[in-house]
Design a protein around this ligand. Structure first.
Ligand code: PLP
Length: 472
């Protein structure tokens, strides 16, 4: 029997419907049972007949009841009775994720949750409230300038005005002269690499990566079941003669090797370009922090020398803030068209708001102003770090590498260095550093990768002295 509860704040029909469903699903009202006629039930409960009618209509619509030919409403015979005593059913089983997924998290964020440390994470740029205030201007402007059509499904290549800004920037700053249909916007380098794997490669293709190298790149390629072949890196960059003759794609960070920090030398560049052209392979040129060069101008890109074989990756993570999640793949128009087709199929396109804001941010000069400011800050921090490495004595224990460009340096150790133990000791001493080991596939090179972009000068000095205490 249904009951009216006057304390229940819900509308009458809702509470009666809830009780009726409960009675049906728990077998109080049996399958096939005829329901009390509406008029009679309304009288019993002291409610209007129309309220009961709503309840009965809703039960019928939801399939709890059926109307029989002879008139009247019965409980549906197909109702599955819930057994109150039965143990709760298990949810669907989750597949075991490849170890790579876990590993990539370790590389990105160390396992500890210690907050009060001097953190030399290599992937964090300098971000402050001044930058956020300017970004807010662009964001507010973007939100007030919209026309309705911007909110429909957009272009898989990305917001056209933003691609135009990127086109201009690349032409002025990186010597890359392309049309906007040669630029596809993505949500970070990892997304770019994944899209390239999905679109331009087939399972089992040989993909050459730098060893040590950018873990996200080789992990993504492995995840997509490519035949990932590590190639060593020496003081001139990737050792090109070790690149297999049947490699379909060669991933490089020529301006500032991730993680060793060296620049790809001119002879190696020529060798690489020759090999790629000869074996019709793709070069994926990850140009993630080349804009921050401390001696001379940024290096010429590989793309500008062999555009038909190169996919140039740029990302706004280091240039502005990683949380924006906007990056680009630049390449031959046909390859970009293919990537855009898969992008449309798998992701559709990036969220519009950030794209409009970033276009405004660049167009109104805020971006270049931030870059000039950031360059000065990085130059100072870079200098302070180098001096502190020498003054603290770390320079005697390690070989300092990768100081020409970028936002990290490498302190390379010899083989006897106990990287795990020392990294833990450093953390206990309040300093977080990244192990070179986590960038390695087959390489046995050891040391610490030190990002200095988000650590102020005082803490850089303190951090280097604390590290020196750990190892000397
Ligand atoms: C080698 C390398 N490439 C690219 C990126 C940019 O990554 P994303 O665009 O996914 O933020 C980083 C960031 O740390 C990097 O280290």
């Amino acid at each position: 029997m249904l009951k009216v509860n006057r304390d229940d704040k819900r509308p009458l029909w809702q509470q009666l419907l809830g009780q009726a469903i409960d009675h049906i699903t728990h077998g109080v009202w049996k399958p096939g049972q005829l329901l009390t006629p509406t008029r009679e039930l309304a009288q019993q409960l002291g409610v209007s007949r129309s309220t009961i009618q709503i309840v009965y209509d809703e039960l019928l619509t939801r399939g709890y009841t059926v109307t029989s030919g002879r008139g009247g409403t019965r409980v549906n015979d197909w109702i599955q009775i819930i057994d109150k005593c039965a143990p709760s059913l298990d949810p669907p089983q989750l597949p075991e994720l490849p170890l790579l997924v876990e590993q990539s998290q370790h590389w990105f964020r160390s396992k500890d949750n210690q907050e009060s440390v001097i953190d030399f994470s290599p992937y964090q740029p300098f971000v402050d409230t001044q930058l956020l205030k300017v970004w807010r201007k662009s964001y507010l402007n973007a939100s007030s300038q919209f026309n309705v059509s911007s909110w429909f499904y957009g272009d898989a290549y990305g917001f056209e005005p933003l691609r135009r800004q990127i086109q201009r920037y690349l032409s002025l700053e990186r010597g890359i002269h392309v049309q906007t249909d040669q630029i596809l916007l993505t949500s970070g380098a990892q997304h770019s690499i994944d899209l390239i794997a999905q679109t331009l490669l087939t399972k089992g293709d040989i993909v050459t990566v730098e060893d040590p190298g950018y873990p996200v790149a080789w992990m993504t390629m492995k995840y997509r079941q490519m035949n990932v072949t590590p190639v060593p890196v020496d003081e001139h960059g990737l050792v090109i003669e070790k690149v297999p003759a049947d490699a379909k794609l060669i991933l490089v960070t020529p301006a500032h090797q991730c993680a060793v920090g060296v620049m790809l030398s001119e002879p190696r560049r020529q060798q690489l370009l020759h090999r790629a052209a000869q074996q019709r392979a793709w070069i994926v040129e990850d140009d993630y922090d080349s804009e921050f060069r401390y001696r001379g101008d940024p290096m010429l890109t590989l793309f500008s020398q062999l555009p038909q074989n190169c996919l140039y990756l740029m990302s706004f993570s280091k240039l502005t803030m990683p949380g924006i999640r906007i990056s680009a793949i630049v390449g031959p128009a046909e390859a970009i068209a293919q990537l855009a087709r898969v992008q449309a199929f798998t992701y559709r396109h990036l969220p519009i708001m950030e794209q409009v804001a970033l276009a405004h941010f660049i167009e109104h000069g805020y971006f270049m102003r931030h870059m000039r400011r950031a360059r000065n800050i990085y130059r100072r921090r870079h200098e302070v770090m180098q001096k502190a490495i020498t003054a603290s004595g770390l320079g005697n224990k390690f070989t300092l590498r990768g100081i020409e460009t970028g936002l990290h340096v490498l302190l390379e150790a010899d083989e006897s260095f106990d990287e795990d133990a020392m990294t833990l000791r450093a953390l206990q001493g309040g300093v977080r550093v990244h192990q070179l080991h986590s960038y390695c596939l087959e390489s046995r090179r050891k040391g610490w990768v030190l990002g200095f972009a988000k650590v102020d000068e005082r803490l850089i000095v303190e951090g280097m002295y604390r590290l020196a205490e750990t190892v000397l």
